[in-house]
Design a protein around this ligand. Structure first.
Ligand SMILES: CC/C=C\CC(=O)SCCNC(=O)CCNC(=O)[C@H](O)C(C)(C)COP(=O)(O)OP(=O)(O)OC[C@H]1O[C@@H](n2cnc3c(N)ncnc32)[C@H](O)[C@@H]1OP(=O)(O)O
Length: 265
């Protein structure tokens, strides 16, 4: 499910679940174990996560979702990387979709080939990007871009993703070599400063206006299937509302506050 190798004091964790490196229980366990191993090894200074078969990752294994994925759930990998002092880079080729993009967003950095496409197609599948996509994407790309990506499921080309802040660097050549080179240059950086979860969300305008505008757009797009989409979006909005950061400071009469409180009963 995963190749673990060491190159020049860098651990290279290569997903190997052909044909498209989906994240089932076994793959998630091997990534979790690989990251733990790299973290514990004092000779390792940094980590590259990449994929075999010309693709980073097509997301969570949809077939396993029906039966329930077993621990460690993908989110545990994010929690672990958030606390790592060694820098971790996602070296992306092909696609990073759904849980694959969320895995990349767990990393401190993301580099990609120009041909890469990234997306969060969960909403189109009746799921929500519950493996950190709602938390980390707005922190990387800003609120408006994140809403667009989450609600449309569009595949974003690497250069556009770089302009949004999702990708840190577009590279050419061998993605693993580039990953190693990139992450070695980050070994002296305090990883807490680049951990997406620690960042605040950038947005301009009024949060309630933004939320209402997106809700209106989604309601009109998903004609006839409003209820599930709205309930997912309500939850997304609560998270994007910077629930932990801003809820206390919102006016008690604001629609955002009322919606957030109502859903948290
Ligand atoms: C809390 C929730 C957190 C996360 C949720 C998710 O991650 S949901 C999954 C989101 N990902 C997707 O929707 C991606 C779906 N896949 C694709 O769009 C294409 O497969 C892809 C990656 C662009 C590759 O296309 P290509 O044409 O090269 O291959 P093909 O579509 O024929 O796929 C090859 C086989 O892989 C199977 N497969 C693809 N993605 C998944 C997946 N996410 N889970 C399970 N299986 C997947 C596909 O069914 C093919 O299988 P086969 O038996 O050969 O027909």
């Amino acid at each position: 499910m995963m190749d673990y190798s060491i190159r020049d004091q860098v651990a290279v964790i290569k997903l190997d679940n052909p044909p498209v490196n989906v994240l089932g229980s076994a793959a998630l366990t091997s990534i979790y174990d690989g990251i733990g191993k790299a973290d514990r090894d004092p000779s390792i200074k940094a980590v590259v996560i990449c994929g075999k078969n010309g693709i980073f990752c097509a997301g969570v294994d949809i077939k396993e979702l029906d039966n329930g994925l077993h621990a460690p759930w993908i989110k545990h990998i994010g929690d672990f990387i958030d606390n790592m002092k060694k820098p971790v880079v996602a070296a992306i080729e092909g696609f990073a979709l759904g849980g694959g993009l969320e895995l990349a967003l767990f990393c401190h950095y993301r580099i990609a080939l120009k041909t890469v496409r990234v997306s969060l197609p969960e909403l189109q599948l009746g799921l929500m990007p519950g493996a950190g996509g709602t938390i980390r994407l707005p922190r990387a790309a800003g609120l408006n871009n994140a809403f667009d990506i989450i609600t449309t499921g569009n595949r974003i080309p690497a250069e556009k993703a770089a302009m949004m802040g999702i990708i840190d660097q577009i590279v050419t050549g061998d993605i693993i070599e580039e990953g190693i080179k990139f992450v070695k240059s980050k070994c002296n950086i305090d990883t807490s400063l680049v951990c997406l979860r620690m960042k605040t969300v950038k947005y301009s305008g009024d949060l309630d206006d933004i939320s209402e505008a997106f809700m209106t757009k989604v309601k009109s797009k998903f004609k006839g299937a409003i209820a599930p989409i709205v309930s997912i979006l309500e939850f997304v909005i609560i998270i994007l509302d910077l629930y932990y950061v801003h809820l206390q400071s919102l006016s008690k009469n604001s629609p955002t506050y009322t919606r957030a409180k109502g859903t948290c009963k």
